[in-house]
Design a protein around this ligand. Structure first.
Ligand SMILES: C[S@@+](CC[C@H](N)C(=O)[O-])C[C@H]1O[C@@H](n2cnc3c(N)ncnc32)[C@H](O)[C@@H]1O
Length: 148
């Protein structure tokens, strides 16, 4: 088990998260991946931390579902790839998302925290900040917000 000193001292820590088939998989979608809690988390607890690597200038994140929006500029021109399990978190609208990602753009790192108490085995979901405007997420945005 990692102590808080271990976690503090490391840049990438995702020991309490596993990746496996998402709970959103259906016979129609086929298999795809999601991130899951390996242990119980209390509301506010750190789930995972890691680093980002910026993608080359000119990279078009509108065509890539796996990269992260990595600036507050809109339209966004800076995209990054995240460490650990971070690329595998599926999304949901804010009311149903059980995690939140804190982005430290100037340090190229992130932390993911529990928004609610989470039981081991639950799928971890966060609301993608680009869900409403990234071109490749248009079909997903319709699915997630179909009741709005
Ligand atoms: C950042 S990736 C997440 C990991 C991805 N599921 C995988 O297997 O690599 C984003 C993609 O996951 C899928 N996804 C995310 N949230 C979803 C949801 N709530 N329902 C269905 N598919 C979802 C969509 O295909 C989306 O483009």
């Amino acid at each position: 088990m990692s102590t808080s000193a271990d976690i503090e001292a490391t840049k990438i820590w995702c020991s309490n998260v596993v990746v496996k088939n998402s709970s959103f998989c259906t016979p129609e979608t086929g298999d795809f991946d999601g991130a899951f809690a390996k242990v119980d988390f209390a509301e506010g607890e750190l789930i995972e931390k890691g680093i980002m690597r910026r993608l080359p200038e000119g990279f078009n994140g509108h065509e890539c579902q796996e990269c992260f929006t990595w600036s507050t500029e809109r339209p966004n021109k800076t995209w990054a790839m995240g460490s650990g399990c971070s690329p595998y978190y599926n999304t949901h609208k804010s009311a149903n998302a059980n995690t939140r990602m804190v982005r430290y753009f100037d340090e190229d790192r992130f932390e993911i925290f529990a928004k609610t108490d989470i039981k081991a085995g639950e799928e971890l979901l966060h609301t993608y900040i680009s869900l409403g405007w990234r071109e490749c997420f248009a079909p997903l945005n319709e699915i997630v917000n179909k009741d709005e």
